[in-house]
Design a binder for this molecule. Structure first.
Ligand SMILES: Nc1nc2c(ncn2[C@@H]2O[C@H](COP(=O)(O)OP(=O)(O)OP(=O)(O)O)[C@@H](O)[C@H]2O)c(=O)[nH]1
Ligand SMILES: [Mg+2]
Length: 240
């Protein structure tokens, strides 16, 4: 048995605390899975270097279906554009161009990226999307991953940050049910705070679970993308 992050030039696991955490999910069998993950890690590193050569800061927004990734990206981009930064996005979805269309409508530059049937983006798909972008024109790249709290975790794309977006409407047990993605990311965002009471969810429960899982070494930010609450803190956390 080898650990996933043993294969990567840039660690895909940023913090392993071991504080009461079942880490068995971070181990993979050597074989085909190893090759796929190893190749992805190599390509992710290539993407990372390419983005760095162009001085671009990048964020991979992973998270549940409907948690608010597109809304958040559009709002954050508006804030960054107001600061004079040039922002581009890759809209990842299994099929269709709904999110891409929403981004474009908001005034963002974006590229659509369909996975066909896969439940996550991978570094190869992102490399192809990057070929369609004139990287000299941008300061920031946001990547919206496919809505899913499982599969994207194992496939780093080569971004500076990996953020997980969940929302109050999913209940208070997402961190307890999905350790892997929270451990494979740099920070977490709890969206839809404006309707936490209406869906009978106590955000403190979610934040306490996250604190326990990460040994208090990572932060979960609360926000409402819809009501523009907590977004400045996220911009600051992502050092944008
Ligand atoms: N009340 C409330 N609704 C929100 C908020 N953020 C997003 N929404 C709504 O939630 C729904 C889903 O938002 P999206 O931004 O499309 O979510 P997504 O994560 O991009 O969804 P997928 O790409 O399909 O996985 C939309 O109807 C949004 O208007 C929020 O902060 N508060
Ligand atoms: Mg979306």
């Amino acid at each position: 048995m080898l650990r996933l992050y043993d294969f990567c030039e840039r660690p895909v696991v940023n913090i392993i605390t071991g504080h009461g955490v079942d880490l068995s999910m971070h181990f993979v069998q050597v074989g085909m899975e190893y090759d796929v993950l190893k190749e992805n890690a190599k390509l992710a590193h290539k993407n990372y270097r390419l983005l760095k050569e162009h001085g671009i800061k990048s964020v991979d927004f992973m998270g549940s279906i409907g948690s608010g990734k597109t809304t958040l990206i559009i709002r954050l981009a508006e804030k960054l554009r107001a600061k004079g930064l040039r922002v581009c996005a890759i809209a990842g979805d299994v099929t269709g161009d709904d999110d891409f269309a929403r981004m474009e409508k908001s005034g963002m530059d974006a590229v659509n990226c369909n996975t066909g049937s896969e439940c996550h983006l991978d570094a190869n798909l992102v490399a192809k999307a990057l070929e369609k972008i004139d990287l000299s024109r941008y300061d920031v790249l946001f990547i919206e991953n496919v809505g899913n709290l499982v599969c994207p975790a194992d496939f780093p794309l080569g971004t500076d940050y990996r953020a997980v977006v969940i929302s109050t409407t999913e209940g208070d047990d997402m961190v307890r049910k999905h350790h892997s993605i929270f451990l494979h990311s740099d920070l977490a965002i709890l969206n839809k705070m404006d309707i936490a009471d209406a869906v009978d969810v106590d955000p403190k429960v979610i934040m306490d679970d996250y604190g326990k899982l990460t040994g208090g070494l990572k932060s979960m930010y609360t926000c409402s993308a819809k009501k523009d609450m907590g977004l400045d803190e996220i911009v600051a956390a992502l050092k944008l």
